[in-house]
Design a protein around this ligand. Structure first.
Ligand code: IPE
Ligand code: IPE
Ligand code: MG
Length: 238
């Protein structure tokens, strides 16, 4: 018997990749791929709730993505505002709490305002959490935690000798969110692209060849089914 087989993952994190290639394959502008990708977000959020996944984190924009053409960045920000306005009702219906993590101060003001508004409006929901990683970088997050810890040590409120893994984890963006159990990347790329470097230390990895705009409920179900067949040993013997 597979006595170490895990149940439903509590936290699924997704690197949503392949929007541009999806569009190019169809002779469409990249933004059309992002637009269809927003429909995948809607579908996957709904499916996660149905599957009983408590936390879903979506990598929507990295700190590195700021090097992209201005028009694409603006298009993505417009889309984000549209997504938040258009899906607030559904988040309420499904009792899903919205949160965001990253260098949120870098985001356009209207994006920040919508994020704050919808996050506040849904803050009381406890059964499901949707986290958007925006202007997010794993190294930035860890460096930021180091800065906060150093400040506390300099102020004399923290003994440097007491710093351990718990101290670092407690100074990340969303310290109360458990580590991802399952990390999915779409479009077949075999890399983590600076995503949740600290938190994915023991996550199960699943790379799907499907481009994000085509990744829907069935694909998520397949990933979760595969996860359930894995054995998570955490360093122990089989
Ligand atoms: C993912 O799709 C969305 C973001 C990174 C914002 P891409 O835009 O990276 O699409 P590809 O990888 O170029 O196909
Ligand atoms: C990772 O995708 C970031 C997001 C999904 C937001 P990228 O398309 O930016 O990653 P690389 O550049 O291919 O590693
Ligand atoms: Mg990409």
């Amino acid at each position: 018997m597979n006595d170490k087989a895990p149940g439903t993952p509590r936290h699924v994190a997704i690197i949503m990749d392949g929007n541009g290639r999806w569009a190019r394959e169809r002779g469409l502008p990249r933004i059309k791929g992002h637009e269809e990708g927003a429909n995948s977000v809607r579908a996957v959020v709904r499916a996660s709730k149905e599957l009983g996944i408590s936390y879903l984190t979506l990598y929507a924009f990295s700190v590195e993505n700021w090097v992209r053409p201005k028009a694409e960045i603006e298009g993505l920000m417009d889309l984000l505002v549209r997504y938040l306005r258009g899906n607030e009702k559904e988040l309420h219906e499904q009792k899903i709490r919205l949160r965001a993590m990253g260098r949120l101060e870098d985001l356009r003001e209207d994006v920040r305002n919508e994020l704050a508004r919808v996050s506040d409006a849904t803050a009381a929901y406890e059964s499901g959490t949707l986290v958007f990683a925006l202007s997010y970088g794993g190294r930035t997050e860890i460096a930021n935690a180091a800065k906060r810890i150093a400040r506390q040590a300099a102020a004399g409120t923290l003994d440097p000798e007491s710093v351990d893994e718990k101290t670092v984890a407690a100074n990340l963006y969303l310290p109360d969110v458990p580590d991802p159990d399952l990390l999915i990347r779409t479009s077949g790329e075999m890399r983590v692209s600076n995503f949740m470097l600290w938190q994915i230390s023991y996550a199960e990895l699943y790379v799907s060849p499907v481009m994000w705009p085509d990744f829907r409920e069935e694909n998520l179900k397949q990933a979760v089914a595969e996860y359930k067949r894995r054995r998570r040993r955490f360093g122990d013997i089989a």
